[in-house]
Design a protein around this ligand. Structure first.
Ligand code: MG
Length: 333
């Protein structure tokens, strides 16, 4: 399989801080091309990947595979059995193969999967951690986005929420990025509910499933797992511990695995969010094609960068508008 790849620096509009770290002023991503199909791997160090590990994985995958590229299920299964982990790299391959097939058939991805593009949700827009007044300024500046996702997980969470509520009455999702011990989570969620917060993402440590279950049983807001759930195999053990899962292509290894996860989550009675990393409109638009199947979308990674090499999905008062072009449907900017 001939794979070409290119590393690109995505420049951030603002530093992006969450509870466990602050990012550099840029984020490296890697674009791949396979027989006219394109994909993006936006590797996350938290999941053990960098652009360098992605390049190595792509080299291995290219040397291993000589398959009919139309048979994406078969190609991806073969890659999965030949190479552990490396899900951002696998996601880029899966994306490129789906893009290639859509282009070959002349239809957009949502149509390939039989989805209604009118059923897309509105995306939330993320306010990263900062001084409370700075977060409030960013919330004010986000006037074109109808739903905010606020990063918390500090000693000042309630102060932040008070400051935000002085400037906005929009629906707010909260993401603690694993920062709260279970007891503290229960207490904070009770207070956050008073501020009209609608859901809580990943309150506790990723492996603390009992902690998540404790929080869920003692809270009245939906609890959504993110860091605790990477692939479909993680879902059964979470079905009693959370109300929903956040699926990201770079965690799970691509669109086909994401589709499996959505169906498995539904079979387990779970809500589904589709999320992202900081990535270009290529990765975001690929994920957006799945969004007619989900309850919540947090697809704002492309909105946080200032040198997006692609344009694709657009927003209409926050609602994801899918491009009608074949494949993923992005064009170079
Ligand atoms: Mg999250």
């Amino acid at each position: 399989m001939q794979i070409t790849s290119k590393i690109t620096k995505l420049q951030l509009k603002h530093p992006f801080k969450i509870s466990r770290r602050e990012t550099d002023p840029f984020r490296k991503t890697i674009f791949v091309e396979i027989d006219g199909g394109i994909g993006e791997a936006s590797p996350a160090k938290f999941y053990g990947e960098t652009v360098e590990t992605v390049e190595t994985a792509l080299g291995f995958i290219a040397s291993e595979l000589d398959e009919d590229l139309d048979q994406i299920q078969k190609v991806m299964s073969k890659i999965e059995s030949a190479l552990e982990g490396n899900y951002a790299a696998k996601s880029a391959i899966d994306m490129a193969l789906n893009d290639r097939l859509g282009k070959k058939l002349g239809i957009p991805l949502y149509k390939l999967w039989g989805l209604n593009p009118l059923n897309t949700p509105r995306t939330s827009f993320t306010i990263a951690l900062d001084e409370p007044t700075v977060m409030a300024e960013k919330a004010l500046a986000a006037d074109m986005y109808p739903i905010l996702k606020v990063k918390l997980g500090t000693q000042r969470d309630i102060e932040i929420m008070e400051t935000l509520r002085n400037v906005t009455d929009k629906p707010i999702y909260v993401d603690a990025n694993t920062a709260w011990p279970p007891d503290e989570a229960v207490q904070k969620i009770q207070q956050l509910k008073e501020f009209g917060v609608e859901l809580i993402e990943q309150p506790t440590q990723p492996d603390d499933i009992a902690g998540l279950k404790f929080v869920r049983e003692n809270s009245s807001l939906p609890i959504i797992a993110d860091e605790s759930v990477k692939r479909a195999t993680d879902i059964p053990k979470l079905s009693e511990a959370v109300d929903g899962i956040n699926i990201k292509l770079v965690k799970c290894g691509g669109l086909l695995e994401a589709l499996r996860m959505i169906h498995l989550a539904r079979a387990n009675g779970l809500l589904v969010m589709i999320g992202c990393m900081i990535e270009s409109s290529l990765g975001i638009t690929a994920a957006a094609h799945l969004s007619p199947l989900v309850d919540y979308a947090d697809l704002d990674g492309n909105l946080l960068i200032k040198n997006d090499p692609f344009s694709g999905v657009t927003l209409n008062t926050g609602k994801l508008m899918l491009p009608d072009r074949p494949g993923i449907g992005v064009v170079k900017t």
